[in-house]
Write a protein of this length. Structure first.
Length: 326
């Protein structure tokens, strides 16, 4: 157990990630409060007892999770995979948060017109060593991810060089032949005359709420975790779901059952064709369902976004407790 008996959550200390993280907690009805004003490095989470906030850089959060210094952290999956050996054994990604999206990619000069995929790159790497007496240089800050990805493609004739500044400038400066870097739009790569290989996306990353199995977990921390996971599960369940309410006077039980079978939607308050029917459905199918209801005779239909969907039990929390005990 930790000395404070508090659940420690590490969040980004500044920038867009910090703003988006604060927005995520606000959607849960929670508020982050810094203990020493805007420049403080610790704080609290208003709305759940026994929670301490630690403000760290995104890379420091990954290391803190690895070492068990915090119980939860919000950072990119790229940093988790790069900095934590045996990632899946040490941490668990609880919630993809929908922000901080970027891809870790392999990019080569656009002038390499015959190199479009990793197989082409393997051939070039072998030929490059024969012609130049040295291996291709890859500029990157992602040594572990690069090594694993290139090994999965059977590529051996390369060496990694540290990226001192902007990685995408390495080929133009002559310090490397190609790069492994993170990109969100690809515009910076294009500006530096680089192209992404067709199968060169190593990881599609985004910010995640992540749990550390390496931390010390006590009763107070688990109680706080359960409350937080109830909220995150309710918010996550509601992200892709919309609520349809419709007049059901003209709908038969068979029509309602066919609706459920066809669109795999939910009827949280039952399927009795009374005055009103409530349907929970995937956002991508809303208009098809509306068309079905209109054709079936429903005269009045509304569609609403949902903020939370609370279920009877939280399976995720139970699974985590079981893993922690093991």
């Amino acid at each position: 157990m930790s000395k404070t008996e508090k659940l420690i959550i590490a969040i980004p200390s500044k920038g867009r990630l910090q703003e988006n993280t604060q927005g995520f907690f606000e959607k849960l009805g929670l508020k982050i409060k810094r203990s020493q004003g805007a420049r403080g490095y610790s704080g609290e989470l208003i709305g759940i007892d026994n929670v301490e906030i630690a403000f760290l850089s995104a890379s420091e959060i990954a290391k803190a999770l690895d070492e068990g210094l915090v119980h939860l952290g919000i950072t990119g999956e790229d940093l988790l995979r790069e900095n934590i050996r045996n990632t899946n054994q040490k941490v668990e990604i609880l919630n993809p948060l929908g922000f901080g999206r970027a891809n870790v990619i392999v990019a080569v000069p656009q002038s390499w017109i015959d190199v479009n995929n990793m197989l082409d790159l393997d051939e070039v790497a072998n030929r490059f060593r024969d012609d130049h007496g040295r291996r291709l240089r890859i500029a990157t800050k992602y040594n572990s991810l690069t090594t694993e990805f290139f090994a999965s493609h059977g590529i051996e004739n390369y060496r990694l060089v540290a990226s001192a500044g902007a990685t995408e400038g390495a080929p133009a400066s002559g310090s490397a032949e190609l790069i492994v870097d993170i990109t969100s739009t690809g515009s910076t790569l294009a500006a530096n005359n680089l192209k992404i290989l067709s199968d060169g996306v190593i990881l599609r990353s985004e910010a995640n709420l992540t749990l550390a199995f390496t931390a010390n977990w006590g009763t107070n921390q688990l109680n706080a975790l359960e409350k937080l996971l109830n909220l995150t599960a309710a918010e996550q369940s509601a992200r892709q779901i919309q609520e349809i309410n419709c007049s059901a006077n003209n709908l038969s039980t068979d029509q309602i059952n066919m609706l459920v079978d066809t669109f795999n939607c939910q009827l949280p308050f039952g399927n009795k064709p009374t005055d009103k029917l409530t349907i929970l459905a995937d956002k991508t199918q809303i208009f098809e369902i509306v068309d079905y209801l209109k054709a079936a005779g429903s005269k009045f239909i509304t569609v609403s976004d949902l903020k939370y969907i609370f279920n009877h039990d939280n399976k995720k929390f139970g699974q985590i407790v079981k893993k922690l005990k093991n």
